[in-house]
Design a protein around this ligand. Structure first.
Ligand code: NAP
Length: 291
C-alpha cells in the first residue's frame, strides 16, 4: 500500500479565489487591502520568497509594499519602521521577514507589530490570545496544517495527534489550534525521547523540526496521516521535508509532499489574513456601515 499524497495546491487555489472575492468586496467598500513586508537581509532565497508573496498578493487584488532596509539595518530602525507601519491606516497587514541582520533579535521586534495587523501571528500577544481563545491571527503555517486536515476530511476531535516541534511559530500555536479542535495533543521536541514512543499510536503526526528524514516508516502506524511542515534546502538546492517520504509512504495512509504541501497553502493564508484584517479594521472605523 502506498500513502495518498495530500497536495496543498488545490486548496491554495480555493483560498486564493476566496481572497480575490474578499479583495473585490473590500474595494467596493472603498478599501484596497494592503500588506507590508519588512526585509533586512541580502539572502537571495529570502528575496525570492518575498517576491513570490508580492506576485501572489498583486494577482489577488492586494497591494504589497516591500520595505527593504538592507542587511545592515539596526534593531532601532526596524522597530521604528514596524511602529510606523502599525500606525499607518493604509496598511492592513505586516510581516517581519527573517533572517534579520546579525545581532538583531526577532523577539524584541515582533512586539512592535500591532496585533490587529499581525497577520502571521508573530507578536507574543497574538500567541497569548490564541492560548486563551480570544480572536487573533495564528501563524499562517500553523493554520495551513489545520486547513489541509479539514480539506481532506481528516477528523481531529478525540484523535491522538502528535506534533514534533515546539517553536513559537509552528509547534506551539499549532498545538493550541489542535486543542481548540478537541484533539488529544502530544508535543515532542529534541528532549522528549524516542519519537516512536509517541508517534506509533498517533492518528495524525505533524513534523515541524527542520531535520531532513527525522520521521521514517518505522515511526508511524498504518492508517496514520502525516503532515510534513519541514522545509530543508539540500546541498543541490532542492527542497526536502522532515519526512523520509519513501519509507513513510509505504506505511502511512496519507502524507503531504514537500514541496507542494503545507508551504503552498501558507502563502494563500497570509493573503486571506490580510483581507480579514482589512475587513476588521474597516468595521472598527465605520461600525455598522459595512458587512
Ligand atoms: P525551530 O524554531 O528550529 O524549531 C524546531 C523544533 O523542532 C524545536 O522545538 C526542536 O526542539 C524540535 N526538534 C529539533 N530536532 C528534533 C529531534 N531530533 N527530535 C524532536 N524534535 C526536534 O524551527 P521552526 O521555525 O519551528 O520550523 C520548523 C520547520 O518548519 C523548518 O524546517 C522550517 O523551515 C519549516 N517551516 C515551514 C513553513 C512552511 O510554510 N512550510 C513555515 C515555517 C517553518 P527543541 O525545542 O527541544 O530545540
Amino acid at each position: 500500500m502506498s500513502a495518498t499524497l495530500l497536495s496543498g495546491k488545490q486548496l491554495a487555489k480555493i483560498i486564493k479565489q476566496k481572497v480575490q472575492h474578499e479583495a473585490r468586496a473590500l474595494e467596493a467598500d472603498g478599501v484596497r487591502p494592503a500588506l507590508a513586508v519588512v526585509v533586512a537581509t541580502d539572502d537571495g532565497s529570502t528575496h525570492w520568497y518575498v517576491r513570490s508573496i508580492e506576485r501572489a498578493a498583486e494577482s489577488a487584488g492586494i497591494s504589497c509594499r516591500i520595505v527593504d532596509l538592507g542587511p545592515n539595518a539596526t534593531g532601532q530602525v526596524l522597530a521604528s519602521v514596524l511602529k510606523d507601519l502599525s500606525e499607518d491606516p493604509s496598511v492592513n497587514g505586516i510581516i517581519l521577514q527573517t533572517p534579520l541582520p546579525p545581532g538583531v533579535g526577532t523577539d524584541e521586534l515582533v512586539g512592535h507589530i500591532a496585533p490587529e495587523k499581525d497577520i502571521d501571528g508573530a507578536n507574543p500577544l497574538s500567541l497569548g490570545r490564541l492560548a486563551v481563545g480570544q480572536p487573533s491571527f495564528a501563524p499562517a503555517t500553523a493554520r495551513a496544517v489545520i486547513e489541509i486536515l479539514d480539506h481532506f476530511d481528516i477528523p481531529l476531535a478525540g484523535r491522538n495527534v502528535v506534533v514534533i516541534g515546539r517553536s513559537a511559530v509552528v509547534g506551539k500555536p499549532l498545538s493550541l489550534l489542535l486543542l481548540e479542535r478537541d484533539a488529544a495533543v502530544t508535543v515532542c521536541h529534541s528532549r522528549s525521547g524516542p519519537l516512536e514512543r509517541y508517534t506509533k499510536t498517533a492518528d495524525v503526526v505533524v513534523v515541524a523540526a527542520g531535520r531532513t528524514g527525522l520521521l521514517n516508516g518505522g515511526h508511524v502506524s498504518s492508517g496514520a496521516t502525516v503532515i510534513d511542515v519541514g522545509t530543508n534546502v539540500l546541498p543541490d538546492g532542492s527542497l526536502a521535508g522532515d519526512v523520509d517520504e519513501g519509507s513513510v509512504r509505504g506505511v502511512a495512509a496519507a502524507l503531504t509532499p514537500v514541496p507542494g504541501g503545507v508551504g503552498s497553502v501558507t502563502t494563500s493564508l497570509l493573503l486571506l489574513h490580510t483581507t480579514e484584517a482589512a475587513r476588521e479594521q474597516l468595521r472598527s472605523l465605520v461600525p455598522g456601515a459595512v458587512r
